[in-house]
Write a protein that binds this ligand. Structure first.
Ligand code: 3JM
Length: 331
């Protein structure tokens, strides 16, 4: 793009949407005109961005008749299913944060530290992966490239902010002894819920299968063996993950640590003597993926364990989407 883009934000009033605006401002994302769109419910309200007031427009089929270059979507899968193709047909490049388009063969699924080259073949829609997948593949990419990966076992400890305002409120109220269940089938305070998103025929949750399928697509490897258990925990911000990996080639632990230390987007936190390892509360508000507890899995050949933590709303959603848009405007 040889000029500053006209930018649209779809779903700006949600948890991720409002973080889009924060991240765009922090990173001084260049734009000419900005359009903020949401459902009829939020239309007409005012949002201040970089000291200027914007009136939230209702998202309609005509919204993209204006000359918009890039639209960042975070308004849920059904809105994306309907409106992303409309926008794309009018020449807009949509960067979509929902699950709607991720596994579509015509749609690149991108984490800029891992597969930025896939942005080029977009046909008007680029998908942002699931929050749990993003942080995992940032940590796995350097290992994949150097040693190859045979099998991955994901176990996640996911924050309530991933469920939006309702999840945050369930935990807030639960901590006060008021067990409301707006976001989840059970109380979240004092609990671990082994269910994120809905259950599928195969006994896995949709979130678990998102991790399996999206990891394969982003790393471009259908032969990867992957299993996942995703768990909601009473934490406000940042997802934590135990990532157990079987590499194809032998490795030295010190070499793996060095690799992670030098990899883009990763901060290695691994000082056992001082109890230094990634923590959800420390990762909150940050854009990097934090990796620690790097150690050999002695139960298999070439096995390794990692503890991976990142802010699920920032790197897991808003920041990754804005990073994709940054690559787009450089092309
Ligand atoms: C994270 O409209 C929806 O169904 C949104 C549900 C949702 C998703 C999803 O499936 O797009 C809530 C929270 C995600 C996600 O990143 O996959």
């Amino acid at each position: 793009m040889n000029k500053k883009p006209n930018l649209a934000i779809v779903g700006a009033t949600g948890v991720v949407g409002s973080t889009f605006l924060k991240v765009l401002e922090e990173r001084n994302f260049p734009f000419e005109n900005l359009y903020i769109m949401a459902s009829a419910k939020s239309a007409g309200t005012t949002i201040t961005f970089k000291g200027k007031d914007y009136i939230v427009e209702e998202l309609t089929e005509k919204s993209f008749d204006k000359p918009i270059d890039i639209a960042l979507f975070s308004a849920g899968a059904s809105i994306s299913l309907k409106f992303a193709p409309i926008a794309a047909s009018k020449g807009v490049v949509v960067v979509d944060n929902s699950s709607a388009w991720r596994m579509d063969k015509e749609v690149p699924l991108v984490v800029p530290e891992v597969n930025p080259e896939d942005i080029k073949w977009n046909k008007g829609i680029i998908a942002n992966p699931n929050c749990s997948t993003i942080q995992a593949v940032v940590a796995l990419k350097p290992l994949y490239d150097k040693y190859g990966i045979k099998r991955i076992v994901y176990s996640t400890y996911q924050a309530v902010s991933g469920s939006g305002v309702k999840g945050i409120n369930d935990l807030k109220e639960g901590l006060k002894g008021n067990d409301i269940k707006e976001a989840y089938p059970h109380a979240i305070a004092g609990n671990c819920l082994p269910q994120i998103d809905v259950f599928l025929e195969n006994g896995y949750t949709k979130e678990e299968m998102k991790m399996v399928n999206e990891t394969r697509k982003i790393l471009g490897d259908d032969t990867l063996k992957i299993t996942a258990t995703t768990v909601r925990v009473p934490v406000f911000d940042s997802h934590s993950e135990s990532v157990n990996v079987e590499l194809k080639k032998p490795f030295e632990i010190e070499d793996v640590k060095k690799l992670l230390l030098e990899a883009p987007g990763i901060v290695l936190q691994d000082d056992l003597e001082n109890s230094v390892y990634p923590l959800a509360r420390d990762a909150a508000g940050k854009d990097e993926v934090f990796v620690g507890r790097v150690r050999r899995d002695f139960s298999v050949e070439n096995g390794i364990n990692l503890w991976v933590v990142a802010d699920n709303i920032r790197k897991g959603a808003a920041t990754n989407t804005v990073q994709i848009a940054e690559v787009l405007i450089k092309q």
